[in-house]
Design a protein around this ligand. Structure first.
Ligand code: NI
Length: 184
């Protein structure tokens, strides 16, 4: 089932996602719905807060970037913890399904080490670099209540202010379902 994607301005995007156990209600269904929702919206990653669940869960599929340097990574990350970020910082233009039509350069470390659980709750520790590291950092941020626009300069943020307000009021035209924060 395709789920509505929460738009910028909804408080759930600012919550820290709680760790979960295998007994989390309808977890397999939630993950299946997140895949369907992500592909429908042509995303390369999706975090649970973006579908209204403040839990530490995200998915990535970097197939769109696949080439010799960047093999495809399609994975589910549960209870992820970034253990270390290193390597030179590099800028990459990021976007977000919760913040449509806005793209900004974000500087992040090139490499990371992460510990997480997969869908069967096996604990895995891995290192990533390249585009996969970038997507993981972006989605991991979502599970910490952080958005890519938090990484840009005050000035750029100020220039985006009206656009962000418009998104929170449902003004962004997208070809996927969005959940707009309740307006008072
Ligand atoms: Ni995002």
């Amino acid at each position: 089932m395709i789920l509505p994607i929460v738009a910028f301005g909804d408080p759930v995007l600012r919550k820290i996602g709680e760790n979960i156990g295998p007994d989390y209600p309808k977890l397999a269904e939630l993950i299946a719905n997140m895949w369907e929702t992500m592909y429908h919206a042509h995303g390369v990653g999706l975090a649970a807060p973006q579908v209204g669940k403040a839990i530490n869960l995200f998915i990535i599929d970097t197939e769109a970037f696949e080439n010799e340097d960047y093999p495809n990574e399609k994975k589910v990350f549960i209870n992820a913890e970034i253990l270390e970020e290193n390597g030179e910082r590099w800028e990459y233009e990021e976007g977000c399904l919760s913040i449509p039509h806005i793209r900004e350069n974000v500087s992040r470390h090139a490499k990371l080490r992460i510990r997480y659980q997969n869908e069967t709750f096996e604990t895995i520790e891995e290192a990533y670099d390249g585009i996969a590291a970038r997507v993981i950092q972006h989605e991991y941020d979502h599970c910490k209540g952080k958005l890519f626009v938090d990484h840009i300069s005050q000035l750029k943020r100020r220039l985006l202010k009206n656009k962000l307000i418009a998104i929170s009021k449902g003004a962004a035209r997208v070809d996927y379902k969005m959940r707009i924060p309740a307006t008072r």
